[in-house]
Design a protein around this ligand. Structure first.
Ligand SMILES: C[S@@+](CC[C@H](N)C(=O)[O-])C[C@H]1O[C@@H](n2cnc3c(N)ncnc32)[C@H](O)[C@@H]1O
Length: 221
């Protein structure tokens, strides 16, 4: 492992707003995010596969009265978002380093209000591993409040088509577009427009290659 990665892993150990699996903090957050981590009663928005956390940090700036948690397994990526949140003095952002497969070990029933899936891996050969597969949706249903919303932003046709097919007959699809930026309604309010324009690391890479960005929003409970 490179020196840079090691120093980022060491650094996040000292960040009180980064919770890592297999630690005492990791074992004690379930059901306690509001009381122990954020110290408020505000709603919780979870970004799964957050990478460098651009959405978690970007949304936290727009919504100081909501709490945001970026979750990823890669500590060196989380470091970047966690450092950004510290530099911006944001107290409503935290990060959880774990595999999303174990997400129910970290959240109590109804603890989460909303979920964002940002440029998730399309897993072309392993549909079960897609973050919108029935396996993962069942996990989210255990932690999201009734009426809780899931947002997905992706460049991937495979992942998007799969997600729309999975969701449309079983759950309530609220919005979907195969060309987010091409189809943004002119009368969209300014904040929502800004939110859609938050660009993650992978969105910038895919856009530079000419990919069209897709978006959908659905209710799973
Ligand atoms: C393509 S990247 C997107 C990162 C970021 N959302 C962005 O748009 O730049 C997918 C991210 O999901 C994370 N990831 C994929 N599967 C995961 C899993 N099962 N548990 C935790 N993280 C996972 C990867 O580590 C990676 O950072």
């Amino acid at each position: 492992m490179g020196k840079d990665k090691i120093s980022k892993f060491e650094a996040i150990k000292g960040f009180s707003h980064v919770i890592e699996h297999a630690t005492a903090e990791g074992d004690s957050v379930k059901g306690n995010w509001r009381s122990k981590v954020f110290k408020n009663d505000n709603s919780i928005v979870l970004e799964l596969g957050c990478g460098k956390g651009e959405y978690s940090v970007g949304l936290a700036e727009f919504y100081p009265n909501k709490n945001f948690i970026g979750c990823d397994i890669k500590g060196n990526r989380i470091f970047i978002g966690a450092k950004d949140a510290l530099d911006k003095k944001l107290e409503n952002v935290a990060f959880l380093r774990t595999r999303i497969d174990y997400i129910n070990d970290f959240f109590e029933e109804n603890e989460v209000d909303e979920i964002w899936l940002t440029f998730s891996d399309p897993q072309p050969k392993k549909p079960r591993k897609r973050l919108s597969s029935p396996l993962f949706i069942d996990r989210y249903k255990k932690l999201i409040k009734p009426g809780g919303i899931v947002h997905m932003k992706t460049d991937s046709d495979i992942l998007f088509e799969y997600t729309v097919d999975e969701i449309k007959d079983k759950y309530e699809m609220l919005e979907y577009t195969w060309d987010l930026y091409g189809e943004l309604p002119e009368n969209l309010d300014a904040v929502t427009r800004e939110i859609f324009h938050i660009k993650t690391h992978y969105e910038k890479l895919f856009t530079a290659r000419g990919s069209v960005i897709k978006y959908c929003k659905f209710k799973i409970s």
